[in-house]
Design a protein around this ligand. Sequence first.
Ligand code: SF4
Length: 284
Amino acid sequence: MSLSRMLENWSRLNQRDYYKDEPIMWGMSIDLNKCTGCASCVTACNAENNIPAVGKEKCGSGHTMSWMRIERYWDLPEGEADLAVEDSEYPERGAHFAPMMCQQCNHAPCEPVCPVAATYHTPDGLNAQVYNRCIGSRYCGTNCPFKVRYFNFFDYQEDIPHPMEMLLNPDITVRSKGVMEKCTFCVQRLRNAKGDQADKGIRGHVEDGAVQTACQQSCPTDAIVFGNLKDETSKVSHAWESHGVELNRHEQFNAEGERGYRVFEELNVEPSVMYLDRVRDTNA
Ligand code: SF4
């Protein structure tokens, strides 16, 4: 799509239900009861998507680069949580972990602020990033409530010692200095899967389980489920439905036993990632 066409259609692209007739909308479910915080998903994501290891020093100076991170929350009993001291640790209480990456918002706040339309919404529900178009304004990173967009402050690939560049995934570009990047739900795998189905004569549909994201594939506890939310028979649709989470509803009203929620639902950004709350008796 040309830049002028995209700018012209911007308001329509952001309208609710604009892509309602599309057969695929990719979504995810992450069960925090199953997540052990092992970070296999982070490692798999780094390897699959050619994400540079920037090191402790650069992370310390705000140049972190990681499309996926594991957030840690201490399980404090009610009442004690209000007294928790910021940056303190409570190992005796235990913790739970939440893998956090781009939530592929359907009303993405990063999209309308990009001055060159480098980030836009695809018909199958992805918040896409066009690296060649990005001018590095970083407005998208500022406007993202989840803080999951990362900026290339350096040309990291220049530091890869020969022959280590052979380890790069050829299906994915290596980003250069001045460009913003983030999780794509492994778009290269999604496009390959669509192509494979088209070769078999199936158009507009990808069988459930025919494609996995790298994080899902590497998770030893199967905490991550990924698939087409518009396919009522898919595992991910079933997970959303059985935990009372729906698209186009920006506050969940969970019945007893339903653990589903989306982060920052109240902002009406319509994330495509549902989390299942961790259950633990912190008063025991
Ligand atoms: S790989 Fe699975 S268990 Fe490990 S941190 Fe990621 S989601 Fe959690």
